[in-house]
Design a protein around this ligand. Structure first.
Ligand code: GRG
Length: 305
């Protein structure tokens, strides 16, 4: 079945529905301060790129086997996708903190620490990471995966999120503020803080579908290239976007003295770099029935927010 924008919108709606239900189920019993700030952070209007990638990678890896036109997917794959979105949500909450990038606006709203206070934002972020692991474990059970297959999903997610991934990338990013950085170092920062979680989203979808190792590796390379492109476009939008379109303050990278592609090579060459990376991602999925992944690559390249 060829995917359309309508199909993508339906998948996004299903992700929103399962996010809401998952938080209702899993936050029961958590202190109000934690559950309210988590709901506020997670349910804010994000683009949901990472969970959309999980679902699209699942389908590209035969995860839709047995799904015929007009039938609905099992919620289990959306649950898995939500697990990744919870990690992403945590990273945004902590990224916005005064000791990190110190931002007041995110997704068109006050950031979590502006709304609930710094302490609540730290608690919310800290609780979101284990919650994500819990949700991935539940999704694996619902998908009927074996214990080793479930453990592999958790490992892909935690490896991408930790010191060798997103957290490590964030540290490199902060350490690079205010000093000269070359393109190689910049790309290493982008790989850690942004690309690894995007890559993990693709690998998790493929692994959950029971995709073979060649397909998982292909989607890993697709995700890595797309993740790098995602951050280049993010840096471009920080220069060219408006607070209205972005839902957050623009020009922050320059204010914080961050190295970016537009700063190092100019806007035109940064745009060219994003195009090259997206083409590299697209070449990886050529042999697969991957209309959803193709559509998402175009969205990442052309996005305005
Ligand atoms: C607290 C020790 C410690 C570490 C925290 C904060 C952190 C680790 C990592 C930050 C990683 C980060 C925020 C990278 C930027 C990635 C990025 C471009 C985010 C924006 O993603 P979008 O555009 O956002 O998908 P929406 O709002 O649409 O979901």
């Amino acid at each position: 079945m060829r995917r359309t924008d309508v199909d993508l919108d339906q998948t996004r709606s299903a992700i929103e529905r399962v996010l809401l239900a998952t938080l209702a189920e899993t936050l029961r019993g958590a202190p109000d301060c934690i559950s309210e700030s988590i709901r506020y952070a997670v349910l804010a209007p994000g683009k949901r790129v990472r969970p959309l990638l999980v679902v699209a990678a699942y389908e590209a890896s035969n995860g839709a086997a047995g799904r015929t036109e007009g039938t609905t997917r099992n919620d289990a794959i959306y649950r898995l996708a939500c697990g990744v979105e919870l990690v992403h949500a945590y990273s945004l909450v902590h990224d916005d903190l005064p000791c990190m990038d110190d931002d007041d606006l995110r997704r068109g709203r006050s950031t979590v620490h502006m709304e609930f206070g710094v302490r609540a934002a730290i608690f919310a972020g800290a609780a979101l990471m284990p919650l994500a692991v819990e949700v991935v474990g539940d999704a694996a059970t619902e998908l009927g995966l074996t214990d080793p297959a479930a453990a592999r999903l958790v490992r892909i997610l935690t490896a991408a999120s930790g010191g060798n991934g997103m957290v490590g990338g964030q540290l490199l990013d902060l350490r690079a503020e205010g000093r000269r950085v070359d393109l190689g170092e910049l790309e290493a920062i982008h790989e850690g803080k942004t690309a690894k979680l995007i890559e993990a989203s693709c690998m998790m979808g493929a692994a959950a579908a029971g995709g073979d190792e060649e397909t998982i590796s292909r989607l890993s390379r697709y995700g890595r290239a797309l993740g790098l492109a995602f951050q280049v476009v993010d840096d471009i939008l920080d220069v060219t976007g408006t607070p209205q379109s972005m839902g957050k303050a623009g020009g922050r990278d320059a204010e914080l003295g961050k190295a970016t592609h537009p700063m190092l090579v100019g806007l035109d060459r940064a745009r060219e770099r994003a195009r090259v990376l997206v083409d590299r991602a697209l070449a990886e999925i050529e042999p697969l029935p991957a209309d959803g992944l193709e559509q998402l690559a175009h969205i990442v390249r052309d996005r305005q927010r």
